[in-house]
Write a new protein. Structure first.
Length: 245
């Protein structure tokens, strides 16, 4: 059972934040999302107050995170941990498990399948392919069937998996998730030795919640839904108010 009103933020903690649906309200498409200057300033103040122990954890590529939070260059895990920028600024990327030509073949087949399906959006993330159906929820089942049907084309041996999210289904390499990302950050300064805090809203964040719970930290689920998080906040506005406190 999750509890309301999480503990007040403390500067000696280590913070891990999902973006869409947690710090930022959803938009019709991922590219349509905008970040207010107030949020940029709030996050920058928190980053400085916590001595740099703040990381952004997203399904977006790191390049897209930097577009939203320009000039910030904070520690970040992009593509659910397939990319990671350490506190010292070095970036590591998961090696593609299949040739680029095979990935492109799957992308073309997805593009042909969604053609003529208004509201269904194919997003090419490089290492991953995502089908968004926020603008056409009725096509959700179709999008999931389509992704599952093409997963074997990317090869067996568990090299790729299906990742579910809010109005999105994604085909991405296995072996990395937000929980793994938290573990990697917690082995480095300035995160090492601090109490971890993870705030997220989606199924992908449950991996982070599980790791932080194991480490005895603070886990906060944003919005409704089943979760392993120990606290809950109702929406993005509540998250920002909690941070400002």
């Amino acid at each position: 059972m999750t509890r309301r009103k999480p503990p007040t933020p403390r500067r000696e903690w280590a913070y891990f934040f999902d973006l869409d649906g947690t710090l930022i309200d959803f938009a019709a498409t991922p590219a349509a999302v905008r970040v207010s200057e107030d949020l940029r300033l709030l996050l920058t103040r928190m980053y400085r107050s916590a001595g740099g122990a703040v990381a952004l954890m997203s399904g977006r590529p790191i390049a897209d995170i930097d577009r939203l939070f320009r000039n910030a260059r904070m520690p970040a895990a992009g593509l659910h941990g397939l990319e990671r920028r350490a506190a010292r600024g070095t970036v590591t990327r998961h090696r593609p498990p299949v040739p680029a030509a095979r990935m492109e073949r799957v992308r073309r087949r997805l593009a042909a399948a969604v053609n003529g399906k208004p509201g269904l959006l194919l997003e090419n993330k490089g290492l991953a392919l995502a089908l968004h159906y926020r603008r056409a929820p009725r096509l959700g089942a179709y999008a999931h069937r389509l992704a599952r049907s093409l997963l074997p084309v990317l090869g067996g041996n568990g090299r790729f998996c299906i990742q579910r999210g809010k109005y999105v289904v994604e085909m991405r390499p296995s072996g990395k998730d937000k929980g793994v990302g938290v573990e990697e950050f917690m082995r480095e300064a300035p995160f090492r030795g601090r109490l971890p805090v993870f705030v997220g809203d989606d199924a992908t964040d449950e991996f982070g919640f599980a790791v932080v719970n194991r480490l005895g930290g603070v886990t906060i689920k944003v919005g409704p839904g089943k979760t392993v998080a120990r606290w809950r906040l109702p929406d993005v506005r509540a998250v920002r108010a909690w941070l400002a406190s």
